[in-house]
Design a protein around this ligand. Structure first.
Ligand SMILES: NC(=O)c1ccc[n+]([C@@H]2O[C@H](COP(=O)([O-])OP(=O)(O)OC[C@H]3O[C@@H](n4cnc5c(N)ncnc54)[C@H](OP(=O)(O)O)[C@@H]3O)[C@@H](O)[C@H]2O)c1
Length: 272
């Protein structure tokens, strides 16, 4: 039996625990959790039946695989506090952005992996980006890919691509939602229709478009071609998007990159 420990049961940690239990990847009795403020962990225990530990150290001592789900600037503190409780017998899976495999191996003796999930796992969709440290075994790979495969499509990547690919996966639900919100708001400005009506139409259309894209063999170009015929009305709108939106996404990626650099610098600042 593999015991999974989870430190940090905020938004990401609790989603992972719920999905692990729902998917049957782990039984509730095989998961032990700890959170800094007890209420969140207790709520999760109430909802899923997983076990709760009195400290992070207890979680490490009782688990084979440790999912570390605290914020990037908190990772080093947690790992250093764990000290000898985390050994090469453990597989450490950190979901923190900007904390590298090098950091994880510098701050703990465990075999390590990184995973960047997305909130889309709530619906069993989207991508979890994964990368493995040098000490990770084939069995570790299999376990991590199976775990995240039960709630998403896991994609193993080179570590240097985490930032740009995180924008395309983990950040993207917010980007897509913000874009669609602006689309609905523009229709309200233009016509005076009610915002809830505009948002309902856009939301339903987004879900339907996702379904079309998910249908085998359907790519973006095919969806565009089916709707935006040459000389037609939709084509005019697609042309505006193609003229104006590349600059928007270039700026988004430049700004998110700069933010990653800042967080990485802050993580380094905490290192004596
Ligand atoms: N949210 C996303 O969409 C997403 C996607 C991919 C990756 N991630 C990564 O997931 C990690 C967690 O993000 P989140 O959105 O879940 O943040 P969050 O909701 O703030 O959760 C972090 C949790 O860690 C707990 N915590 C902090 N220090 C701790 C310690 N020393 N011991 C035990 N628990 C501790 C916090 O407890 P308190 O209740 O006391 O604050 C909080 O519940 C981040 O590193 C982020 O980069 C997030």
């Amino acid at each position: 039996m593999t015991t999974f420990g989870v430190i940090g049961t905020g938004s990401m940690g609790s989603m992972l625990v719920r999905k692990m239990v729902e998917s049957g990847q782990a039984g509730a009795h095989e998961i032990i959790v700890y959170n800094r403020s007890a209420e969140k962990a207790l709520r999760l225990v109430g909802a899923t039946g997983v076990r709760i530990a009195p400290s992070a150290r207890d979680v490490a001592e009782q688990s084979d695989v440790l999912l570390l789900c605290v914020r990037p600037l908190e990772v080093r503190g947690v790992l250093l506090d764990l000290g000898g409780a985390l050994t090469p017998e453990h597989l450490l899976v950190s979901v923190a952005s900007d904390v590298t495999l090098g950091d994880l191996s510098a701050w703990s003796k465990a075999r390590s992996a990184r995973a960047i999930p997305a909130v889309t796992s709530e619906c069993g969709g989207g991508v979890t980006l994964v990368a493995f440290g040098a000490a990770a075994s084939d069995a570790d790979r299999e376990l991590v890919l199976s775990l995240f495969g039960a709630m998403s499509s896991p994609v193993e990547i080179a570590e240097e691509h985490f930032e740009v690919m995180t924008a395309l996966t983990s950040c993207a639900p917010a980007f897509i939602a913000a874009l669609m919100q602006e689309f609905a708001a523009a229709a309200v400005r233009r016509s005076g229709i009610a915002l809830p009506v505009a948002e309902h139409l856009v939301r339903e259309t987004l879900t339907g478009t996702a379904c079309l894209l998910a249908a085998s063999g359907t790519g973006f170009e095919e969806v565009i071609a089916r709707v935006a015929t040459e000389g037609g009305i939709t084509r005019v709108g697609v042309d505006v998007i193609r003229q104006r939106v590349p600059g928007v996404f270039d700026e988004i990626l430049a700004k998110t990159d700069a933010r990653h650099d800042l967080v990485k610098a802050k993580i380094r600042e905490t290192v004596p």
